[in-house]
Design a protein around this ligand. Structure first.
Ligand SMILES: Cc1ncc(COP(=O)(O)O)c(C=O)c1O
Length: 403
């Protein structure tokens, strides 16, 4: 980057920001599915800030709601009522789940809340173990790391918090075999995100539902990445027809402002009582107003319908354009949560795609991950497909005759 503003930013970052990230580009402006860097170069964004800006960057309805609320009331704490958070909770619940909502700030915090709820529920019968899945990702706090099914994230942060046991994903018998008299919950992502865009089998989820009911075990869904419309339904579980007891959301709820939510079925709404759980910033008027605008926009702009339609189109076209390449094993996913599965590490191909000004992500050991805004147009889908086709051809040419 030659731009002097960029160089100053890079210097500041290097010296003053803790090096937990290795950023790939510097963006200064966004609109819809487009981003611009400090040199004015345009990119098409098929990452959405990792499934956060689901309505695209700076959606006018969200911007207007934030500006209006910022001039009225930003924060009062949860020691007092605010008008906006209950409206948002009502709107979320009206989407088809009878229950109550706890608001917080991030995915990990939402999962912490869900884990605490499950342990509190289990404490009445002396149970506190939670079965989670291999290759899952639930966050970076100590409890959510212990729940996460990839050891590499926990390395160096031992000892692991006790109370979690991992089993293979999509394997009902493995869950049954892992259950003990101390099991209080089973926790999973309906579509594994960081693990490599792996959808659960609907039949597996149905078996789990029946088994959990039979044994008074809570079924917990982490919808932090796959929820909020990403796979074509507002809540991911609606795509599978299997209702969890508790589920979490975060990332896209407020389209870029930090918010997380724990949604528990009505029968569990009394488990966490005053004083047992809290979050200073949970459900501030400002962020709730943004999230309410997101909900209204989903209805007004038929965002779910667009997600399903563009998702089917992209998946089908991706299968066609990747077919000639032996190093592509599959294209999989649901809605606009799509993985191009390779037979090798995905970073080089993803880097090539980024060089061509299409922002994409990787996942797991071998997946190029596409998470475009749910509002993308057919023209933007086609633009991305062209870019990916070019990158695949260039990548294959660089490999020589072996491919
Ligand atoms: C499924 C899932 N759960 C939890 C998290 C953690 O969310 P956060 O980074 O907001 O804490 C993530 C983040 O990628 C996620 O994909």
């Amino acid at each position: 980057m030659e731009n002097t503003i960029c160089q100053e930013t890079l210097n500041r970052f290097d010296r003053y920001v803790m090096h937990t990230y290795a950023p790939g580009a510097l963006f200064v402006r966004g609109e819809g599915a487009q981003l611009w860097d400090a040199d004015g170069v345009r990119y098409l964004d098929f990452a959405s800030g990792i499934s956060v800006c689901n309505l695209g960057h700076c959606h006018p309805a969200v911007t207007a709601a934030v500006c209006e609320q910022a001039g009225k009331l930003v924060h009062v704490s949860n020691l007092y009522y605010n008008e906006v958070a209950p409206k948002l909770a009502e709107k979320l619940i009206s989407r088809g789940f009878d229950g109550t909502v706890f608001f917080c700030n991030s995915g990990a915090e939402a999962n912490e809340g869900m884990i605490k709820l499950a342990r509190k529920y289990g404490s009445a019968t002396g149970r506190n173990e939670i079965i989670t899945m291999e290759d899952s990702f639930h966050g970076r706090t100590l409890a959510t790391l212990a729940a996460t099914g990839r050891a590499k994230y926990r390395k160096g942060f031992e000892p692991d918090m006790p109370g979690f046991v991992q089993v293979p994903f999509n394997d009902f018998e493995a869950v049954k075999a892992a259950v003990t008299e101390r099991t209080c919950a089973v926790m999973l992502e309906p579509v594994q995100g960081e693990g490599g865009i792996l959808p659960a089998d609907a039949a597996y989820l149905k078996q789990l539902r029946a088994f959990c009911d039979e044994h008074d075990i809570l079924l917990l869904f982490d919808e932090v990445q796959c929820g909020m419309g990403r796979i074509g339904t507002m809540f991911a579980w609606q795509s599978f027809g299997v209702e969890p007891d508790v589920f979490t959301m975060a990332k896209a709820i407020a389209n870029g402002l930090p918010m997380g939510a724990v949604v528990a079925s009505r029968r569990l709404s009394g488990v966490l009582t005053p004083g047992t759980h809290a979050s200073t910033f949970g459900g501030t008027p400002l962020v709730s107003a943004a999230a309410l605008a997101v909900q209204e926009t989903f209805d007004r702009e038929k965002v779910l319908e667009n997600c399903v339609c563009q998702g089917e189109y992209l998946m089908q076209r991706l299968r066609e354009i990747t077919a000639p390449y032996a190093f592509v094993r599959a294209v999989r996913g649901k809605g606009l949560m799509i993985g191009i599965v390779l037979d090798r590490a995905p970073q080089e191909l993803a880097g090539l795609i980024l060089k061509k000004k299409l922002v994409v992500l990787t996942a797991g050991e071998n997946v190029v991950r596409l998470l475009p805004p749910l509002v993308i147009t057919r023209a933007e889908a086609d633009e991305a497909l062209d870019t990916i086709a070019q990158a695949l051809a260039e990548y294959a040419a660089g490999l020589g005759p072996e491919k």
